[in-house]
Ligand binder design. Structure first.
Ligand code: HEM
Length: 389
């Protein structure tokens, strides 16, 4: 790590966190917690200028390519800084044609283009690739609820990855291989862990703190001329690998393939590659249905039942995400705010009702719901259920 990269990292880990936390406490004490204008202007200016001083040196250094991990990590630090400028309204894509933060944009575009990712901070920076020092991981603030959110997101993502990993190992074995039954059990265990982490998050996270002090760091912002949507906990390939490998979502479905295209560059290159690999694989649901003539055999009864359990768990988690997490922490509190602040609630950018509808479609694909307006795998899942006694 170069000296400039190291100094910027140290700033991001301490003074930056302290300044954001101080601002959050000021905003949170206000009657209108969504209105951050004219509050803590001295601190905002200091974040802007101190960060910029580090970035100017990094732009001048030019060569940030000291191995992927360092470059990706630096992009994350830069992204945290730019997301904070957005959160504190020192930039807002709705009122600008291009980012007013030129040096930060230049550095972001330089690194991201060389890596093949979006030039903003992504979920992995604060989850699976959040390198902790002395027991403290990176964050925007030191608020308890931000750490709760980050830690449970990370554990949930890691468990989804374990499930995807188990499922992909079935492909070269075939569904009738006895080892595949063990792998289906591993996938189910991993998904039960996701469910548990989501339950903890649902129970422990404070709605007001999350909505007003954590979520605003996940808004879209511009880098150069382009606006990039906010990061969300879903920007890793594991969940889509599970969708595709199970056969609950199809890569040739126009809605679902659009989603994959849109999220591709928000994922790390390794995730992009494994997602691409899954897009050309035959789903396990189809493999089981092909084996229908063997339905009376013990292997089929055991493995198809285990497969259906994995599908059911994946659906339950999708319903839990939509009906509990999104409802409690976003849709509910959004009801209490109005106007311009409401327009900017979602991390992905579209108005809240549009976003909620899209998430509902995803939930229904994953629960294989019986819907006439979209194609789900309801019929195939029911057919397989009918073969298992
Ligand atoms: C407080 C908890 C959470 C809330 C309020 C929440 C909310 C949201 C929202 C509103 C979106 C849509 C995009 C956006 O505007 O950001 C989204 C996307 C997503 N979230 Fe969460 N989320 C939470 C936690 C999690 C966790 C713990 C996971 C899994 C580890 C997760 C997985 C996903 C996925 C995979 C997507 C992309 C869409 C999809 O494929 O379903 N979320 N989330």
């Amino acid at each position: 790590m170069s000296n400039n990269t190291e100094h910027f990292d140290a700033w991001i880990r301490t003074p930056f966190v302290e300044m954001n936390t101080a601002l959050e406490e000021k905003y949170f004490a206000r009657e209108n917690r969504a209105d951050v204008d004219g509050v803590g202007d001295g601190i905002k200016k200091q974040i802007l200028e101190d960060g910029r001083a580090y970035i100017i040196k990094l732009v001048a250094e030019g060569n940030t390519d000291e191995g992927f991990d360092n470059a990706f990590d630096l992009l994350g630090n830069l992204g945290l800084y730019m997301a904070a400028l957005r959160r504190h309204e020192m930039t807002n894509p709705a009122r600008e044609q291009k980012s007013p933060h030129q040096e930060a944009s230049a550095l972001g575009m330089h690194i991201a283009t060389s890596l093949g990712v979006t030039p903003r901070f992504a979920t992995s920076h604060l989850s699976t690739h959040n390198y902790a020092l002395g027991g403290v991981q990176k964050s925007f603030t030191s608020l308890k609820d931000e750490f709760l959110f980050l830690d449970y997101n990370t554990c949930g993502i890691l468990a989804f990855k374990r499930a995807a990993d188990a499922l992909i190992r079935i492909l070269p074995l075939g569904v009738s291989n006895p080892a595949s039954l063990t792998l289906l059990g591993d996938a189910a265990d991993a998904l039960r862990a996701v469910k548990k982490f989501n339950e903890k998050l649902f129970g422990d996270l404070d709605t007001q703190r999350f909505f007003f002090c954590v979520r605003p760091y996940y808004k879209p912002y511009r880098v150069g001329r382009h606006e990039y949507r906010g990061a969300n906990a879903g920007d890793f390939s594991g969940i889509n690998e599970i969708d595709l490998l199970l056969g609950l979502c199809r890569a040739n479905d126009p809605y679902y393939s659009q989603l994959l295209v849109d999220k591709m560059l928000f994922m790390m290159p390794a995730d992009q590659a494994s997602l691409r690999a899954c897009m050309s694989k035959r789903p396990l649901l189809d493999e089981f249905l092909d084996c229908a003539p063997s339905a009376s055999e013990t292997w089929f009864q055991n493995s198809a039942a285990a497969f259906l359990e994995v599908c059911a768990l994946h659906g339950e988690i999708a319903a839990q995400h939509h009906d509990q997490l999104v409802e409690k922490f976003i849709a509910g509190p959004a009801g209490s705010i109005t106007g311009a602040h409401l327009d900017q609630v979602t991390a992905s950018g579209p108005p809240l009702p549009v976003l909620l509808k899209a998430l509902e479609v995803l939930r229904d694909l994953r629960v294989a719901a019986d819907r006439s307006d979209i194609t789900t795998s309801h019929t195939q899942i029911e057919r397989l259920r009918g073969l298992v006694s």
